[in-house]
Design a protein around this ligand. Sequence first.
Ligand SMILES: [Zn+2]
Length: 365
Amino acid sequence: MFSLWIRSYKDLPFKTYQRAQVFRYETKATRPFLRSREFHWIETHNAFDSKENAFKQAEEDMETTKEVLLEIFGIPFIFFERPQWDKFPGAESTFAADTLMPDGKIIQLPSTHIISQNFTKAFNVKFTDEKGKENFCWTTCYGPAISRIFAAMISIHGDEKGLIFPFPVAPVKAVIIPIFNEKNKEKVLKETEEIKKKLIKEKIRTEIDLTDKNMGEKFYFWEMKGVPFRIDLGKKELKEKKATVFIRHSGKKTKEKISNLNEFILKEGKKQLVELKEKSENFFMNSVSEVHSIEEAKKQIEKGRIVKTEFCSVLMTGYSCAEKIEKQLNASVRGTKLNEKEKPKGKCIVCGKKAEKIVYIAKSY
Ligand SMILES: [Zn+2]
């Protein structure tokens, strides 16, 4: 289609995306979110007039990844340039965001690829430049890996009580639990409705729990669902004009003026994201160990850590060393850390040749 749609430099950059529900043919190794039978597939595909502009797009993709993954979902990651043997098929370079799950396995989240002119040459996708000269386009593609982002969010932020949703993406941001008897039922419910109305006005998605579960069951249920704030409202609260607010991620309980609930939740919601982010960043950054031998690497990887070490080459000449790591450590070479000029000093931990790169190795999904 690109060869029909693109004619001249005026058509460039050409940016498009496709989305579809996809069904996996094989069903043996599926897992919820990580590798589901049916998944929502989104990919961008872009064409440019130069390699430079293709790289600019990859940079923009990585910036978008940061804005969403870190700033909204609170998930830390490292962008790696994948070794030559682990690229997207047909790509010249693959840049992928990896994060670490609590079980010590890496998961790949969004990835962006410089396809270069490989596909445009195969499919005859040409453009005429300003001087009337024909050339093949340079293309890129980007996949955000939506369902795996959800998997990472659930695993990284959740605890033994259940989910913890980052405030910006919580489907329900606050839940109100009215506590009443036959005598004050009407009064309590009326106040609960008022609070809900005010919260919804501020785009704080709120629900009222009117089920006939007992209090303990209600508390347990909403904790498990990961709702960031629970507001308890009963006789005592009405009298004091202060609601009891339970904050899911910290487990803290506080009293807050009913008239001030909107501001309180908006402010605390921002704080919640910052705290979730800090906690997960600390875990991630403290999980990297620098090692200088294969035995050390093995020890650290078995502890569920990422290792940073000297490696001969991320070109195809290093492939046999990567295969040995795969076999001996049951782990994979994730690549070189992007935008950091990490210079190795010693020797490749596998073959002992002079190391050209610092790579990161970990178990992965
Ligand atoms: Zn080597």
